[in-house]
Design a protein around this ligand. Structure first.
Ligand code: HEM
Ligand code: HEM
Length: 240
């Protein structure tokens, strides 16, 4: 059951604040690694940092991390599971009317609207990474799978890569603005600290179940191997 659906126990508003764990190590590490890697992606492609070869390496890392995060949404800790925080249109509408906010008090994981932006960010990162595999400037930079598809597909994927980078940027801007809004207007100073440390000060035990990082490392190893095989297969064609 979603911790947010539990009725507030009587007197919980006045219960003392205690530290409870809300985010696991896997989700936090993936989050901050993605922040750094996405910055490096814009740096390498737009601002001449390092080289485009590094754009590829960082891009592969993003694909693996987003892949692990998506799988973690099915097999990971409670607060990271999609089934725990995806509420559907009615949940979002109710949240926006403020009713759920009053019922929830301060949400522990994602609020219903935040959950939508999480899904959008993950989807946009996947689109960006996958389109990059097929993209090319047709002069010096060739995505590893660009030799395996038609010129029309390469042009389409390159276009998607160019357009989606702006959409991704807009959603990242919205995401950071939403976090700032929660911190500055709703005074949820806990929010960013919780994404760093994993702990939040709450009045009641959210009763979350956590899965150790070992499973995530296994998933990451499997995805690294899969991506390595795909890239090698793609590049084999240009070796002739
Ligand atoms: C490239 C930039 C960023 C991306 C792609 C990104 C992506 C995400 C994603 C996917 C989540 C969901 C966490 C999960 O369940 O996996 C999330 C949550 C979060 N992010 Fe970011 N993020 C970015 C930048 C930032 C920055 C700069 C901050 C700090 C100011 C930040 C603060 C947070 C916080 C506090 C949460 C948890 C929100 C909640 O409690 O519902 N993010 N972010
Ligand atoms: C989420 C990860 C990624 C981000 C944020 C990103 C971002 C960008 C940006 C901003 C550009 C410049 C586009 C322009 O000229 O307007 C670019 C170009 C490019 N990227 Fe990525 N990229 C990502 C992943 C990848 C991956 C995984 C690959 C391939 C392995 C890749 C291959 C390329 C190529 C070949 C170009 C040159 C295409 C052109 O000249 O238009 N990218 N990328």
């Amino acid at each position: 059951m979603n911790e947010c659906d539990q009725p507030e126990p009587p007197g919980s508003d006045t219960a003392p604040l205690k530290r409870y764990r809300v985010w696991d190590l896997t989700t936090r590490m993936i989050h901050w690694a993605l922040v750094l890697l996405v910055l490096l992606q814009y740096g390498t492609a737009e601002w001449g940092w390092l080289s485009m070869q590094w754009h590829f390496y960082f891009g592969y890392a993003i694909l693996v991390l987003v892949g692990v995060r998506v799988l973690w949404g099915f097999v990971g800790s409670d607060s990271s599971r999609f089934s725990q925080f995806v509420h559907g249109p009615r949940g979002i509408a109710a949240y926006m009317r403020g009713t759920l906010w009053r019922k929830f008090g301060h949400p522990l994981g994602h609020n219903p609207l935040g959950a939508l932006s999480v899904l959008a960010l993950l989807a946009l990162l996947l689109i960006q990474g996958i389109s990059g595999l097929f993209a090319s400037d047709a002069i010096t930079v060739f995505g590893p799978l660009s030799g395996r598809v038609s010129d029309a597909t390469v042009r389409l994927m390159t276009r998607i890569h160019e357009i989606n980078q702006n959409i991704l940027l807009a959603f990242i801007g919205l995401h950071i603005a939403a976090v700032l809004l929660h911190v500055l207007v709703r005074h949820e100073n806990n929010l960013v600290v919780a994404m760093i440390t994993g702990w939040k000060r709450l009045r009641r035990d959210p009763g979350l179940r956590f899965v150790s990082i070992g499973g995530a490392l296994l998933l990451a190893a499997a995805l690294v191997f899969l991506l390595w095989a795909i890239v090698r297969w793609g590049q084999a064609v240009s070796a002739y």
